[in-house]
Design a binder for this molecule. Structure first.
Ligand code: MRU
Length: 349
């Protein structure tokens, strides 16, 4: 399995996604500040992986604390959560994971827990999130794999794979499952400017698994669709609003419009932790603006003239009307999404 992140006695070990595919190296985060740094610098990225990393960050905050009781740890706990929550604004999984740790801490405080108990329970909770994430990806894969054609081209954008989760992936989990079901899938991976998650990460991890993969520049998708080479699109999500609008890597919206124009099904695969029923529509999703350097430079080489204006939103919002189905570990949702999302949320309690 691709080792996106792993707990070790020294802290969390991350595969360095800024170095892939040319170098397979690892970064150890042994404090919560270091976990925050690896999230900001995108050593680890992808909504579910960010969430679980933050949970381990909170656990590290407790493990490194010298407080004797949960009560004494409380102000430090707030600081830890605030720092981790301030890393990346769009992926709701980050806030979902921190909120889960906050609920646990409230219970521990109420029970008058010792610091040893806090440390044990925090680590156990982070491990549980890690295991649940892989299980959710596998279940999504089984649901989504069945939706893909027996044979054909599947386009994906960014990296919603094992590297974006604790393993297996969401959109790439669907593709992996389809391949395991014996389907003959050729993956077209958008390179995904400016950070090149598709060209670097999706291509790397699918090739590790021996899945037929072709990288295309982002501006080639329309032409391939018109030529009949794409039979389905599957992407991940960073946040799905209550009405089914969703944020994902910048450029996803373009792909959705192109898929609609060419009559190609457009699927979104995401765990339930990506669904944010507190955000009514996509307009309310905060979009991260990243450094202009990601656009002006590549591999340390300047591409654009000095002083030119640069715009670098890391995500865009795709309106729900472009989505053929949302694939979650709880099942496959269809339009109208406000109703289907609400019904599934209520069914799970
Ligand atoms: O900026 P990134 O690389 O963290 O963006 C990742 C994406 O947009 C993914 O598609 C999304 O997080 C889903 S990952 C299963």
């Amino acid at each position: 399995m691709i080792p996106t992140l792993a707990w070790t006695p020294e802290g969390v070990r991350f595969i360095d996604q800024t170095k892939l595919p040319l170098e397979e190296s690892y970064v150890l985060a042994s404090t919560y500040e270091q976990v925050a740094d690896v999230i900001v610098t995108m050593v680890v990225r992808g909504a579910p992986a960010i969430g679980v990393s933050a949970a381990y960050g909170v656990a590290l905050g407790a493990l490194r604390s010298t407080a004797a009781t949960a009560q004494e740890f409380a102000p430090e706990f707030d600081k830890v959560c605030t720092r981790l929550a301030g890393t990346r604004p769009t992926a709701v999984n980050l806030f979902w994971a921190i909120d889960r740790m906050k609920r646990l801490f409230a219970d521990l405080l109420a029970a008058g827990a010792s610091m040893e108990q806090v440390r044990d329970r925090f680590l156990a909770e982070a491990h549980a999130m890690y295991d649940e994430d892989i299980a959710a990806c596998k279940t999504m894969g089984a649901f989504g794999g069945a939706l893909l054609p027996a044979e054909g081209g599947v386009l994906t954008h960014c990296n919603a794979g094992a590297l974006a989760t604790c393993g297996y992936g969401t959109a790439l989990g669907v593709i992996r499952a389809a391949c395991e079901q014996g389907k003959k899938i050729r993956v077209y991976a958008d390179e995904t400017r400016p950070f090149l998650q598709g060209a670097r990460l999706t291509a790397w991890e699918l090739m590790e698994d021996g899945i037929d993969t072709t990288v295309i520049c982002d501006n080639m998708a329309a032409s391939l669709m018109r030529a009949g080479r794409i039979q389905a699109v599957v992407v991940g999500a960073d946040r799905i609003a209550a009405n089914g609008d969703f944020a994902n890597k910048i450029g996803t919206y373009n792909v959705a419009i192109l898929a609609r124009e060419h009559g190609i099904p457009f699927y979104v695969a995401a765990p339930w932790s990506t669904i944010d029923t507190a955000t009514p529509t996509g307009d309310a999703i905060p979009i991260e603006e990243r450094s202009p350097v990601e656009v002006t430079h590549h591999g340390g080489k300047q591409l654009t003239p000095n002083g030119v204006g640069i715009c670098n939103p890391a995500f865009d919002v795709t309106p729900a009307r472009y989505v053929t189905a949302i694939i979650t570990e709880r099942g496959v949702l269809r339009a109208p999404y406000p109703e289907s999302l609400k019904a599934m949320a209520e069914a799970a309690g």
